[in-house]
Write a protein that binds this ligand. Sequence first.
Ligand code: SF4
Ligand code: SF4
Length: 240
Amino acid sequence: MKDQENNSAWITEKLDSYIVGIGAAISGYCDLSGIPDLPFPGLKTGISLGINLNPEIVLSLKKGPGEDYVREYGKVNTRLSELAEKVSGFLIENGYNANYIAPTKKVIDPEKISAEFPHKTAATSAGLGWIGKNALLVTKKYGSAVRIITVFTDAPLISGEPVIKSYCGSCSLCGDICPAGAVSGINWSRGMPGEKLLNIRGCFEYNRKRDNDPDGFGICGVCIAVCPWTDKYLKREGLL
Ligand code: SF4
Ligand code: SF4
């Protein structure tokens, strides 16, 4: 038992340092064994990794969606895949199994209207943040201006403290501004399905019809920029 604990502490500490060195903005670990249909059976430890969006591009979203955001979205997805690849490789070198699924190009799949794996569930379970009324991960450091990926492993990492409630309080800014009227306005609690927070199809259909997004990239992003938790990030960056 002592050996197991020592091993968990050893690999957790070693991975912590490695992740800091490769430039993830936020990271945490969680036990995914309660989640059905995991993409890699046997890999039941989740590593949630996040990268913040460029603050100037987030600021520009306050005026509405644009091409810069679409480009940034793609760029951050590429960086997330690179991070996940490195973290998987690091764990494999250290004798564990690890794998990941690349972030989706579209936030919302037109067929399934849902993501392949609930990365937000891993992030909240790892203690990185809560699900806002905009149905996005909200972190105290970057607000909603962050994108995440999950690495799956059998390494015995020490899990973070899950976030189980919303810190949105009585704020309703994302719902007030949503051009699709898709935000229902209720506070998230752990286990709540995303559909209760957001009319996902309404958000998708709105975005699909936007002039600059004929392919339905999936998110206009104004609910990211309006969030007061995102504003804290922009203030720290000297942009507000
Ligand atoms: S991405 Fe745009 S349409 Fe979708 S919920 Fe946010 S503000 Fe509304
Ligand atoms: S804008 Fe307000 S309600 Fe919406 S996610 Fe941010 S804090 Fe929550």
